[in-house]
Write a protein that binds this ligand. Structure first.
Ligand SMILES: *[C@@H]1O[C@H](CO)[C@@H](O)[C@H](O)[C@H]1NC(C)=O
Length: 440
């Protein structure tokens, strides 16, 4: 009986602590760098300060348990925030790695200054020109990146002036921080946003913009004014968004119908609310492995000592980096490297893909290729390894074949004949010699 009650008590304690973990410790805390411009400086040399900061997070505004957390001593109390995040985007598992893991998610907090947006597709949001009382508060923007590119997050938080208890008002997230696609594939660049339904900004309209950036160049891919249901003109083709999903659930994902090489780069999804904006950046890499062809194919028959040049052409690949090499598999079934051959410079096709080739001089005698075997060209690329093969036949070397045996018989017969002739000649000269001797 006593034993039972002990067990019940233990189970009870375990359950209680599990409940506490689930309710308040579901996403307890996030370490973040608080970064801001140094006060009193400004101008051209915008020096910044970076301080350690901590966010204790609850999803339920009525959950008072986060107040019981005490920050570690190395963190300045003024940089400790008690955040309410009803969207629970801060609770994503990739932002909370297991205790002691080496890699850590990244997080940065900056002070944020609400202001009207000047882009055409967002001006309608603030056309009344009024500055709502709601904006008069402390605003922060948080940018975070989960482990393994599982999540990128950007959020705006509002705290009553001077308080350390901000509430998430707008969060923009993507679950595809880095995307890889083959040529011609349909690509979805995930982006979604959430607006606090209790905020006066909810229902005041939004706009969405997708920009593309690559090596300093940029272009507008898609821009949509959700308040007026108006799509800005862009030169982009084959890019689409599901506008009903956008209005219904804040799904701002961009779909590219067919991946092309020109699509590789960074995509920025920006969501505008009146006087606010938050954005996330995603990387798309279009990767296509090469197609290989070897010629001449088939290879001509060669005799020992005769060299033949074989060429391997890799084409249609992207990005540029490629390693070409040659291999030989002989009658013994063993594979042996034959080196790189002489690799040409690359060429770029109109579709942006590359081609490159390698030539190899095959000298069966010098290279010890025996009777021949399989010659392969191997291309190692980010998109995968590709191989092309051709057969090399060296004739006239070998264990005796039927033809060779017959040749040998012929040679033997010939030799026999030769010996006969010699012996006759020899015996007859011998005789005559003797004759002469006899005469002397
Ligand atoms: C958002 O839309 C994209 C493309 O239309 C779709 O693939 C994706 O599943 C949607 N996301 C959610 C969370 O519904």
């Amino acid at each position: 009986m006593t034993e039972y009650s002990t067990i019940y008590r233990i189970v009870g304690i375990v359950l209680t602590s599990a409940v506490i973990r689930a309710s308040s410790n579901g996403c307890p805390v996030m370490e973040c760098w608080f970064v801001q411009e140094k006060p009193g400086r400004g101008g051209f040399s915008a020096a910044v300060t970076q301080e350690k900061s901590l966010m204790y997070i609850r999803t339920d505004p009525d959950d008072s348990s986060i107040r019981q957390f005490r920050p570690p001593a190395d963190i300045d109390l003024s940089r400790v925030y008690y955040v309410t995040d009803p969207s629970a985007s801060f609770c994503h598992a990739s932002l909370h790695p297991p205790e002691g893991s080496v890699t850590k998610p990244q997080c940065e907090i900056n002070p944020f200054q609400p202001q009207p947006s000047m882009v055409r597709w967002a001006t309608s949001l603030t056309e009344s020109g009024q500055s709502p009382i709601h904006l008069q508060a402390d605003w922060f923007s948080v940018a975070a990146q989960g482990l393994d590119g599982q999540l990128v997050l950007s959020a705006l938080m509002r705290a009553p002036s001077g308080s350390k208890e901000p509430q998430v008002i707008l969060s923009v997230t993507s679950r595809t921080a880095s995307v890889r696609a083959r040529l011609g594939e349909r690509v979805t660049l995930d982006c979604g946003f959430w607006v606090d339904p209790s905020s006066p900004l909810s229902g005041a309209g939004f706009s969405v913009e997708w920009r593309y950036q690559f090596r300093g160049e940029g272009r507008l891919v898609l821009a949509y004014d959700g308040k007026n249901d108006w799509l800005a003109d862009t030169t982009e083709t084959g890019a689409a968004m599901d506008f009903s999903a956008l209005h219904e659930s804040g799904n701002a994902s961009l779909v590219l119908e067919e991946a092309e090489t020109r699509h590789s780069g960074t995509y920025i999804c920006t969501v505008y609310l009146p006087n606010l904006l938050a954005q996330v950046a995603l990387d798309l890499e279009v990767v296509e492995p090469p197609s290989l062809s070897i010629f001449p194919s088939p290879l001509p028959l060669v005799v020992p000592g005769q060299a033949v040049t074989v060429q391997c052409e890799a084409s249609g690949f992207v990005p540029l980096s490629l390693e070409l090499a040659w291999e030989f598999v002989g009658a013994d079934g063993k594979s042996r490297p034959l080196g790189q051959g002489s690799v040409t410079g690359h060429k770029q096709a109109l579709d942006g893909t590359y081609s490159q080739s390698s030539r190899l001089e095959l000298d069966s005698a010098k290279m010890g290729l025996g009777r021949g075997g399989e010659i392969s060209c191997v291309a190692v690329h980010r998109g995968g390894t590709r191989k092309a093969k051709v057969t090399l036949n060296v004739i006239g070397v070998s264990a005796p074949s039927i033809e060779d045996s017959m040749a040998m018989v012929a040679v033997a017969l010939g030799l026999y004949g030769l010996i006969k002739v010699f012996s006759w000649t020899f015996s007859s000269t011998g005789t005559s010699h003797g004759d002469t001797k006899d005469k002397v």
